[in-house]
Design a binder for this molecule. Structure first.
Ligand code: IPM
Ligand code: MN
Length: 365
């Protein structure tokens, strides 16, 4: 029997309640397969800061170091609460970015998936959605402006200024672009390279590298799109995209927009893949306004479990079953109050009940 160690970092806000559903699913996966999971919980995020004075405590680092994969919930506080924590210790800068750097999780996969069972959540017109949306956004996750040198001060004119560096070397670009091509090979052999080469030198280098790497993938058609135009096309004709690859900040912004065309960031799981370790997380924040109410949809958290099963543990079939089970829950007319739109005929269930329905559909397969 295979045994995997999973670091479980529930985090802040709705993290705890959606993670509980993910764990429920993991237990069920254990029962159905020749596999066992050792779950090791760690504190992470603002709650960790309040409890230990660190948002990514040493103890948690040790747990993550030992784990085969990391399952992370959500982090962050409301604007008001955030003021209680020093700026550099806030969970985004103090925990999440250090985690990405520690494990060099450079390849961030964000599926943007809208099958018929979810179509009513989208703000797009049915004729734009067509047969549904099925895109993978691949975002570089450990470079660019996020990790460049930063400086703040007062300049010679006495004005406060901030300066941050956008820097990529060719290796950093090549490794993410290669992931883009490999992913395109497994899908429709079309790769959209997103950049801003009419202004940014980093995008000129990016585009050069895309050209070089494309020689190794003659079967993949490359489509170059400026990032601002890509934002428009995502709304007007998302069906033209299959695999999109881009640098860190562009990926941050376009993936949230993609969540918008699905109707909610709650439908956006993700995988953050490094050379040795990967972690899995919803693409959204901790939604402090609805935390503890048992109304947050666990789709993005359970979807992250599906991605972990496939990408870290090679359990492709079970991952597919899990996706299918989640779609079936929506297709059967269930939703949670955070997602459903007024006027849509749905049976409203709680976070827990949604997880139960997913379990039932999984068992029935
Ligand atoms: C995301 C988030 C993070 C990011 C924040 C929380 C730092 O928005 O994963 O997209 O900007 O990368
Ligand atoms: Mn983001």
């Amino acid at each position: 029997m295979k045994n995997y160690k999973i670091a479980v970092l529930a985090g802040d806000g709705i993290g705890e309640e959606i993670m509980a559903e993910a764990i429920k699913i993991l237990k069920l996966v254990e029962e159905r397969n020749d596999v066992s999971f050792e779950l090791m919980s760690g504190e992470f995020g603002a709650s960790a800061w309040f409890n230990t004075g660190h948002s990514f405590p040493e103890e948690t680092k040790k747990i993550c170091d030992q784990a085969d994969a990391i399952l992370k919930g959500t982090i962050g506080l409301s604007h008001e609460e955030s003021k209680k924590i020093p700026v550099d210790e806030l969970p985004e800068r103090g925990a999440l970015l250090p985690m990405r750097r520690r494990y060099d999780t450079f390849a961030n996969f964000r599926p943007v998936y809208l099958p018929a069972s979810l179509a009513h959540f989208s703000p797009l017109k049915p004729e734009i959605i067509g047969d549904g949306i099925d895109i993978i956004i691949i975002r570089e996750l450990v470079g660019g402006l996020y990790f460049g040198e930063k400086e703040t001060g007062v300049n010679e004119q006495g004005l406060r200024y901030a300066r941050e560096m956008l820097e990529y070397d060719e290796n950093q670009i090549r490794r993410i672009v290669e992931i883009g091509f490999q992913t395109a090979m497994k899908r429709k052999q079309v790769l959209h390279s997103i950049h801003k080469s009419n202004v940014l030198k980093s995008s000129v280098l990016w585009t050069d590298i895309v050209g070089e790497v494309s020689e190794d993938y003659p079967d993949v058609e490359v489509v170059h799109v400026l990032v601002d135009a890509a934002a428009t096309y995502l709304c007007l004709n998302p069906g033209q995209f299959d695999v999109m690859v881009m640098e860190n900040l562009f990926g941050d912004i376009l993936s949230d927009q993609a969540g918008g065309i699905l109707g909610s960031l709650g439908l956006m799981p993700s995988a953050c893949v490094g050379p040795e370790k990967s972690y899995y997380e919803p693409s959204h924040g901790s939604a402090p306004d609805i935390a503890g109410k048992n109304i947050a949809n666990p789709y993005s958290m359970i979807g992250s479990v599906a991605m972990m099963l496939e990408m870290s543990f090679g359990m492709d079939e079970e991952a597919k079953n899990l996706w299918k089970a989640m779609q079936s829950v929506f297709a059967a007319g269930y939703s949670t109050p955070d997602l459903s739109k007024p006027g849509v005929d749905v049976t409203m269930v709680s976070t827990q009940e949604f997880g139960d329905r997913v379990s039932e559909f999984l068992i029935s397969q």
